[in-house]
Design a protein around this ligand. Structure first.
Ligand code: GLU
Length: 519
């Protein structure tokens, strides 16, 4: 019988959730939903030296913001609870003892100094990658070299010890990765990894395998950085007699820095000016030792659905040219077979493009909310705009916005009279511009037109036609006079929105400013 698909995202609470981790969580989630399986979150907190306060909460909050909802987790529980490894200590001990009894693991009593001495000795003898392994273990202090009664005495006296796996000397370990195909490793290249530490906590390797077994995990979907650990995990499944229920492995391609060099790092992301965390995060800066605030994707204005779409395509390809995938479509089209092996360059411009696309699908009423919020937060106006006006502005600015906050920023000149015109105006200014503006001012003062973009356009054309000036030659300067900037949306709509009085003022300012600067 086919087993129910059960996958897990197993972050360690050692800091904020990295964007690469978000992609891993997303792929697990998509696969679970696609196969009607279960998506589980397990917190791997056995390394107490790396534990960071608030990290678990941060991880859960980030996934919640993105809508990557688990079926089982430390917060909602489930049949395989607890979902925090630090709360599962006795389970690991039991299996470590089983391995010892069966001669597949052993106690080791070596002190830090003794381990250091061994390493130095091997380095001197020019041994590559010195390690505690099938050869060197014979010279160390462990339950394979010490007499049984001494081992017993040491254990009874409470001497600190670790439990190490006994790696076979000459064996080929094979695994068939769903993305990478067959991976083969010779056991002589592996070391006798610690399974239980002297503090009584399991290491990642033991806890990970035991939990995947107990939680009935069918597929391990995780980052490529864990591929080197996979043979050890396979061996543990064999040693524990769980080979028949061993999960399938799928190691995801690395996310690379934008220049294609190396794994995406916080430092490089900072250099390129984009976040590596989904939500804001405070941490101590390594160099200055001061607390620094790092904005996340959320704070920078990324929409969760856009970020998910962007991440989905970082390593997975649907096999068509389609790029926009809502979450349901992602689920429908997702398959592990279509994940690429090669590392993927992180292209933040693509993320921005997705954000833009998703922003454009929103209604003017929704976009108007962004505008109103931005104006309020930044104290631009004393009272909110009418919703009619806000929607009109949102509609106008829509094509130019990448982020929600662009609405108020891009629209600022609608509310603030430009006071200074940059050099651009001087470059564009010609006697024709002055002529058109003077005429325009006069006409606006003397005639009444219906105040809408259509009529305004008509009037301006009439004036330029009469003066026999090509409108295209003066528009750039007129735009700067009216808005203070060189580019923007439809200028006729801008005039409609700012209103006649304000327009008159701006034209007067422009004419005056130019005359003073060129006089
Ligand atoms: N705790 C590991 C991590 O932090 C999980 C690796 C795995 O999924 O096996 O990434």
């Amino acid at each position: 019988m086919e087993r129910e698909v059960r996958v897990r995202f197993a972050p360690s609470p050692t800091g904020a959730l990295h964007i690469g981790g978000v992609r891993t969580a997303l792929y697990n989630y998509l696969f679970a939903k696609k196969t009607n399986g279960k998506f589980i979150i397990r917190i791997e907190d056995t390394d107490q030296t790396r534990y960071v306060e608030g990290a678990e909460e941060y991880i859960m909050k980030s996934l919640e913001w993105l809508g990557i909802t688990p079926d089982e987790s430390p917060l909602i529980g489930g049949d395989c609870k607890p979902y925090r490894q630090s709360e599962r200590k006795p389970m690991y001990k039991q299996y470590a003892m089983q391995l010892i009894e069966e001669g597949k693991a052993y106690y080791a009593f070596d002190t830090a100094e003794e381990l250091d001495a061994m390493r130095q000795r091997l380095e001197k003898a020019k041994v590559k990658n010195p390690s505690y392994n099938a050869v060197t273990r014979t010279q160390m202090k462990n339950s394979l070299t010490l007499p049984a009664d001494e081992v017993k005495a040491r254990l009874e006296s409470g001497e600190p010890y670790v439990i190490r796996i006994k790696i076979p000397k000459k064996e080929e370990i094979r695994l068939n990765d769903l993305i990478r195909g067959w991976v083969m490793v010779h056991s002589s290249t592996l070391d006798d990894k610690v399974l239980m530490k002297s503090d009584g906590m399991p290491t990642y390797h033991l806890a990970n395998v035991v939990d995947d077994y107990l939680m009935k995990i069918t597929h391990v979907i995780r980052g490529e950085e864990w591929l080197p650990s996979a043979p050890l995990h396979v061996l543990l499944y064999q040693y524990l007699g769980w080979e028949n229920v061993m999960p399938r492995f799928a190691h995801l391609p690395l996310l690379l820095n934008p220049d294609g060099k190396g794994k995406l790092s916080k430092r490089k992301a900072k250099e390129y000016g984009f976040p590596v965390f989904p939500l804001e995060w405070k941490e101590i800066d390594e160099n200055s030792k001061e607390e620094i605030w790092l904005p996340g994707y959320k704070e920078q204005g990324y929409l969760p659905e856009a970020l998910l779409n962007f991440l989905a395509l970082l390593g997975w390809s649907p096999g068509t040219n389609q790029e926009i995938f809502g979450i349901d479509e992602m689920i429908e089209n997702f398959s592990l077979e279509r994940i690429n092996k090669a590392g993927v360059k992180f292209d933040i411009d693509k993320a921005k493009w997705f954000n833009q696309q998703y922003l454009r699908t929103k209604s003017n009423a929704e976009l108007a909310q962004y505008l109103q919020a931005g104006l309020k937060e930044n104290n631009v106006l004393s009272a909110p705009l009418t919703s009619e006006k806000a929607e009109k502005i949102a509609e106008l600015m829509k094509e130019r916005a990448t982020f929600p906050q662009d609405f108020w920023k891009e629209a600022l000149y609608l509310f603030q009279t430009p006071t200074e015109y940059n050099e651009a105006l001087q470059q564009k200014w010609t006697p024709e511009v002055a002529q058109v503006l003077q005429e325009y001012l006069k006409e606006l003062q003397n005639t009444t037109i219906d105040w809408n973009a259509e009529e305004i356009k008509h009037l301006l054309h009439q004036i330029t036609d009469q003066l026999q000036i090509k409108i295209g030659k003066v528009m750039a300067a007129i735009r700067i006079v009216i808005t203070g900037v060189t580019a923007g949306p439809d200028l006729m709509m801008i005039q409609e929105i700012i209103g006649k009085e304000e327009l008159l003022q701006r034209i007067k300012n422009g004419l005056a400013q130019f005359h003073t600067t060129t006089a």
